[in-house]
Design a protein around this ligand. Structure first.
Ligand code: TRP
Length: 363
């Protein structure tokens, strides 16, 4: 088989499993609407920095909606995942607390949504041992997201980077989540989680399954470009942070690159930078970006930037106000996390007990 053919075959494999996952995702969403209380959701973020507008529209908004519909909702702040592709935990405490602030400012209610971190829940981490025995090294090496993260990191593949998808299965399964909202890049991890749940049940608990096989929920939100039209990334400095000030946001938008054509048009392929600004304005106003372009027309990029700045700052003003209010009492924010961690520990201990007893390891 020529290498081109192999690539195509691999591509087909990926898109077949993507299609199957998308189908499952749509089916689950319909059921979720009918019966939210039957579902347990778990998802999370790596605390590598501050949350930005992409996080808000890509995931946080739908978490809040699920919480408000009555789904059992859980958010993990995945602190051990920070060291999968870097060798420092600098600023981790600030990043973790900043995330709790942004979740709450966005409408996450900690009395309904459990917020917790990996590092505070030992029994969750301990599931890693039996789970690792259920996967082969070859399966781990085949994970496309791990491969691209390894390449991007510029480091040798560490044991944690290779095995963190199994750890993510621990995140999902310790609380027996059956729905996992994620982006496409996390799909291989949820597929692996399904495999681990199935194999555990088959091997140790065929009469009385311990784990559900969770379904990924793939967001329909379009990917939000960074202000310069590239992928939103901390290292490009092209993202609007939820917790930034209005002045910082204005400055960032002002210095974002455009092109030399005066007339504003929405054309993501040929004019990625101008179009990224229009997409951003479209999201925060709920308007069609092409209509905004039409309206600005010959007034040029200065007028466009003014419009984007005002609409983003207007949209984020209530979030920022709530965030600042919450930040006045950081002790309470730490209490929220301590409480979430405590609840997660109780659940993890119960699940670990079930696992040990299914395996005959209760003495
Ligand atoms: N890998 C996810 C990310 O980088 C974060 C994460 C950790 C997660 N554990 C999870 C997502 C469990 C869903 C379920 O965005």
């Amino acid at each position: 088989m020529g290498s081109e053919q192999r690539v195509t075959a691999a591509g087909n494999e990926i898109s077949d499993s993507f299609r199957a996952a998308k189908k499952r995702s749509n089916a689950i969403e319909a059921k979720l609407d009918a019966n939210p209380g039957q579902f347990t959701m778990l998802t999370g973020d790596r605390p590598t920095g501050r949350l930005h507008l992409g996080h808000y529209f890509g995931s946080i908004k739908s978490r809040v909606e699920m919480q408000n519909r009555g789904v059992h909702t859980n958010i993990i702040i995945a602190d051990y995942q920070v060291i999968t592709d870097r060798d420092t935990t600098e600023h981790i405490r600030d990043n973790v607390l900043g995330m709790v602030l942004d979740y709450m400012a966005a409408g996450i209610d900690p009395s309904r949504t459990m917020i917790f971190t990996h590092s505070a829940v030992p029994s969750e981490n301990q599931l890693m041992l039996p789970f690792l025995s259920l996967v082969t090294e070859a399966e781990l090496h085949r994970n496309p997201t791990v491969k691209s993260e390894m390449e991007a990191s510029g480091h040798a593949l560490t044991g944690l980077l290779l095995t963190y998808p199994v750890h993510q299965a621990c995140d999902i399964l310790f609380c027996k989540a059956n729905v996992v909202p994620i982006g496409k890049d996390n799909l291989p991890h949820v597929e692996l989680t399904r495999t681990i749940a199935r194999r555990f049940n088959e091997r140790y608990a065929s009469k009385d399954p311990v784990f559900p096989e969770p379904a990924a929920i793939l967001s329909d939100a379009p990917e939000i470009p960074g202000l310069d039209g590239r992928k939103m990334s901390k290292s490009y400095g092209n993202s609007i942070m939820l917790g930034a000030t209005a002045e910082e946001t204005a400055k960032l938008i002002k210095k974002s690159p455009t092109d030399s054509e005066r007339r504003i048009t929405f054309d993501p392929v040929n004019r990625p930078q101008v179009s990224a600004l229009l997409t951003t304005a479209g999201l925060v106003t709920g308007r069609d970006p092409a209509e905004i372009a039409e309206e600005i027309g010959d007034a040029g990029s200065g007028a466009l930037k003014q419009y984007v700045t005002k609409s983003v700052n207007d949209f984020l003003a209530p979030h920022r106000e709530r965030r600042a209010e919450l930040a006045r009492d950081m002790d309470s924010v730490r209490d929220v996390l301590a409480d979430g961690n405590k609840r997660a520990r109780a659940i993890a201990e119960r699940t670990l007990d079930e696992v040990r007893s299914a395996m005959g390891m209760q003495y």
